[in-house]
Ligand binder design. Sequence first.
Ligand code: SF4
Length: 444
Amino acid sequence: MKKAEKKLKVLLIRPKYSSIVANLEPLGLEYLAGLANELNIECRIHDEFQYPWTFRFERMCRIIEEGGYNFIGFNSNANTVDYIKLRAYQLKQRFPGIFIMVGGPEAELNYRDFCTKYTDLVYHDNGLATLKNIWTEGLTKEVFSRQTGICYRGDKGWIVKKKGAPVNGFIVKPDRTAFYKGLKKNFIFMKGKYALSKASFSCPFRCSFCYCTKMNSGKYTERNIMEVVDEIQEIRHDRIWFVDDTFFFDTDRVTAFCREVIRRGIKKNFMAYSRADFLAEHPEVLPLAYRAGFRDILVGLEAITDDQLTDYNKQTTREENIAAIRNLHKNHIACNGLFVISHTATRKDFSNLLKFIKENNLLWVVFGIFTPYKGTDAYDEYRDQLINFRSWRLDGTHITIKPENMSSVEFMLRYYALHLITYPKIMTRTLTGTGYDTMKKGWF
Ligand code: SF4
């Protein structure tokens, strides 16, 4: 099998999609690159976010030709499914002997969608142990037949191997070369450049629209928190975003993390997700979190009425949302309020949302349109009502269910208006250096 290792040349591709709010590190692929390093396999990440929109396919082909890559791994998201399928087809025409694997969040959940004529392997397992086996032992059906969490083509069609057990850690460290190389273009709107870290898997809650909770076979697990501190200490960057679905979940764990960061004298700024109910119930952890370096908490407030929150199965209340904002602000941590605009929204709902933002002095806000992503509970509920449900539109900024209380045009105008009304203030406050003055109310 040493022979196969030598021959394998891996190109990992992150397809680009339009985003004006962020350009982030390809962390998922960096873990694969870390695995390739460990196995002594030549590997490169082609992050399309680092390049212009033009000549994408020609660029991809040139990289494959010049590097002699024979194994292509695509990282999939809901909004890149069609793009990956098209590229797989085109690449097979151009390089008939090339091996194409699709992995990433969308493949983990909706693996059958990638079982096409032009894909060789769909990776949907929890963790990278199966990939390690395949890269070590060879790309043969015999090897595939002994694995978990993959789909491959058998003699009579696609064979789906069941997922392995949920994971609670990574078997390798990420190779962050792509992050350091791409730092120039890395950004989060009005916040700067961030490295990413992931300290847990999936989420213990079950919001109906949520994709993340279905990951890792729907089982929430945590990495050893001291290992996480080691990791962030090693990152040569001073801003870290924990992309865990909810980092602030267990007070003991958060406290242990913060104390260790302070004890080691790590001076970095952190951003992380938390639920509103945690922040409402545990304000005592916030002074310590501030001292450790937390400056941004992303809170899925989602809605401002209890009815709507119940509809989303959020298991939080309007009062908890308000308390969460207040507790963060009191502790000088920016509350980044994430809202989901429902297709049932009325004109009054749009204006009430703006009123809520103003009344609670919420500066940092993000608005997404309710999208029943395939694989979520909401998809099962709304599958008969979907409109224009095309892959590139599945990014939370497009209508995929007809608005009930206004035309689609008016809904989109009101959606854009939310940004037009709130974002100039974010920009002004950032430019005047008061974006993190959480008690300040005005524009300057
Ligand atoms: S929306 Fe947040 S809290 Fe709800 S299931 Fe998803 S990750 Fe968990």
